[in-house]
Design a protein around this ligand. Structure first.
Ligand code: TYM
Length: 378
């Protein structure tokens, strides 16, 4: 890992050089050929593909091939329930929904309550279970297909998961875990074991179906280390290597690093009220100048502006409007206050509708949950 920035499943900081990460992690760039396949099969390229936000992959070509030959594929993604869902988490979910809608495929959604208990010194298992169910409301509110979406908590779907994870863990040595994740002798052994659980879901659909099916994992690039380990051992235990498609990280409202649940004032959560949204965006870091006069004269800098980044990553889908905003910012025509107000309106409208669906999800949560057969019989 280069030393000017850090990207691991548990820490993201600094000014991320995404091209360099492709080399460091050994992934592939989403190139013209992959974009061409998406266009061919979906008819409508997602904004996150057009803008290079989903920019890196592993084995997407195999996913398209399996789809074309009728073998099919499934989706797998997840969330580590350390707190409420923030807007950064929604990015892979928005994209996952696009794939589910366009390809009509099943989705397996892992909630790693064990992970956040093992890695979070201040979180009890009750806390992480509680947040898992809170996060599940957000997942359902995204509008995934009820008949094709299966959500589970690691600790509650433990019978099924343990039987796969143990096969994974036999193939992963402590020295691999140390090299990939930076563990040392003071790391608790639960944390060392955990990657077996995240890997196991890649094989769960094959186990449940009784025949091998490839899975595609949409996630931000920070989760890739788990799946490097998974891919190395997959064939050795009789499964396909999972394919991945990675996105860049939504920055925090402070303008650097990623949006993070541990920095509540610079992250927008799905449960935030209009007042909180307004306050957080009002305090956001922008690319503006110290005074209005200076900005009118010199223009702003959208590249470093967190407000512009939020529009770019999620909230302004219209290419022309985004380009116009950028040029008006650069020329000094547009002042930061207007952009903040525009983003506040976009986020508030989006979250109000999300929160309504989130409340409605409380009544149907069980329809989505995967349960161990043992639990049902008891
Ligand atoms: P977690 O809870 O840290 O993140 C959930 C998903 O959100 C992505 N993500 C972000 N994407 C864009 N911008 C951000 N600022 C940002 N922060 C987080 C993550 O990459 C992830 O896709 N160990 C995992 C849970 C997990 C999982 C998986 C994730 C289990 N299986 C399979 C992805 C795929 C975790 O703690 O994710």
């Amino acid at each position: 890992m280069p030393d000017d920035f850090v990207v691991t499943p548990w820490e993201v900081k600094g000014d991320i050089d995404y091209e360099r990460l492709i080399q460091t992690f050994g992934t592939q760039k989403v190139d013209e050929a992959i974009i061409g396949k998406f266009t061919e099969h979906t008819g409508e390229l997602h904004t996150m593909l057009k803008r290079g936000i989903f920019y890196s992959h592993r084995d997407m070509d195999k996913i398209f091939k399996d789809f074309e030959t009728g073998k099919g594929f499934v989706l797998y993604t997840g969330r580590g329930p350390s707190g409420h869902t923030h807007l950064g988490h929604l990015m892979p979910w928005i994209f996952t929904k696009y794939i589910q809608d366009k390809f009509g495929v099943e989705l397996y959604f892992q909630l790693t309550d064990d992970e956040k208990f093992l890695f979070g010194p201040d979180l009890t298992l009750e806390d992480t279970k509680h947040f898992a169910y809170e996060n599940a409301l957000d997942i359902i509110a995204m509008g995934f297909d009820k008949d094709k979406t299966h959500i589970f908590l690691d600790t509650e779907y433990a019978n099924q998961m343990y039987n796969i994870a143990i096969r994974v863990s036999k193939k992963v040595t402590f020295s691999t875990a140390k090299a990939v994740f930076g563990f040392d002798n003071s790391t608790n052994i639960g944390a060392i074991w955990f990657t077996s659980m995240q890997a196991a879901t890649s094989f769960l659909p094959s186990v449940l179906k009784g025949q091998n099916i490839r899975c595609l994992i949409p996630c931000a690039i920070d989760q890739d280390p788990h799946f490097r380990v998974t891919r190395d051992i997959a064939e050795g235990i009789g499964f396909y290597k999972p394919a991945l498609i990675h996105c860049k990280m939504l920055p925090s409202l402070a303008g650097s690093d990623k949006m993070s649940a541990s920095l509540p004032n610079t992250s927008i959560f799905t449960i935030d009220t209009p007042k909180e949204i307004k306050k957080k965006i009002g305090n956001a870091f922008t690319g503006g100048c110290a005074s209005v006069e200076e900005q009118k004269e010199q223009g702003g800098n959208p590249e470093i502006c967190s407000v512009f980044q939020y529009l770019y990553y999620i909230f302004e889908e219209d290419e022309d409007k985004l380009a116009e905003r950028k040029s008006q910012c650069l020329s000094g025509e547009l002042l930061c206050g207007y952009c903040k107000q525009y983003l506040t309106e976009k986020v508030t409208t989006f979250l109000q509708a999300h929160q309504e669906r989130r409340e409605a999800a409380r009544d149907i949560i069980e329809d989505y949950m995967l349960r161990d057969c043992l639990c049902k019989e008891e």
